[in-house]
Design a protein around this ligand. Structure first.
Ligand code: DC
Length: 234
């Protein structure tokens, strides 16, 4: 791929299923390593929010594809305060709403949406110096990443984490069993879609966070990052 980041600017790809703690771990590792941070899930969520606001039927992939280029998504890359704007408006809070979570798998399965966001992601990644989290970073977005982490955890641990996140966001009525179902459904859609399914890259390091605290998981990713050298030094 011609526009892949090359040279000594580190790219760390962090992929994995919902609720594995990717965002907290990626932000923490980026902060510790002095790197930028890109949350590609937030980009898919922002496009989804844009579609919902316009009453576009997200199950109609042709309708989603036809309008996708109009959603002007701009992600920030500061791990201390990740922001995402749509047409210049900060939608960091809106994209965490349950209706977005319920619709994002359908929107992110539309090839035109993925094509547009892939281009934008590669532009933001640029020459590197960044931790990028998502579902297809090691497989599609940055196949030449210096380090690929596939972060996972048991379904129970992931559901419990999601429930805590929802409670923290003010949606405390979400029972853990509901989020377990939601996770299973989203995992199934994300893993079986035709375009860029969630899949561990062959050269990814699996980090299982089931028994690890957030701090321990960040420390493991930082350790892995410090154990590799930029491609240009090899
Ligand atoms: O990480 P998250 O839960 O915020 O991601 C939201 C959705 O976006 C998730 O259901 C799958 C999709 N996604 C994707 O298809 N590809 C990515 N690189 C990141 C997220």
């Amino acid at each position: 791929v011609a526009d892949q980041p090359k040279g000594g600017h580190t790219v760390i790809a962090v992929d994995g299923p919902s609720g594995s703690g990717k965002s907290s771990v990626s932000r923490g590792a980026a902060t510790e390593l002095g790197l930028r941070y890109l949350d590609t899930g937030a980009m898919y969520r922002a496009v989804t929010w844009w579609m919902l606001e316009r009453r576009i039927d997200v199950s109609d992939s042709a309708a989603v594809a036809a309008r996708a280029a109009e959603a002007l998504v701009a992600p920030g890359t500061d791990p201390a305060s990740p922001t995402i704007t749509l047409d210049g408006r900060d939608v960091s809070a809106e994209i965490r709403r349950p209706e977005v979570t319920g619709a994002v798998s359908a929107v992110s399965a539309v090839p035109e949406v993925r094509r547009l966001l892939l281009t934008l992601q590669r532009t933001v990644i640029g020459a590197g110096g960044i931790v990028v989290e998502g579902r297809d970073i090691g497989t599609v977005v940055c196949p030449d990443a210096d380090l690929k982490v596939f972060l996972t955890a048991s379904a129970q641990a992931r559901a419990a984490r999601r429930s805590r996140e929802l409670a923290g966001a003010g949606h405390s009525d979400a029972a853990p069993s509901v989020t377990l179902d939601d996770l299973a459904r989203r995992d199934a859609v994300d893993s079986t879609r035709a375009v860029s399914p969630l899949r561990r890259a062959d050269d990814a390091v699996v980090v299982d966070a089931t028994e690890l605290s957030l701090e321990e998981t960040i420390a493991e990713v930082v350790r892995l990052a410090r154990s590799i050298r930029p491609v240009s030094d090899r």
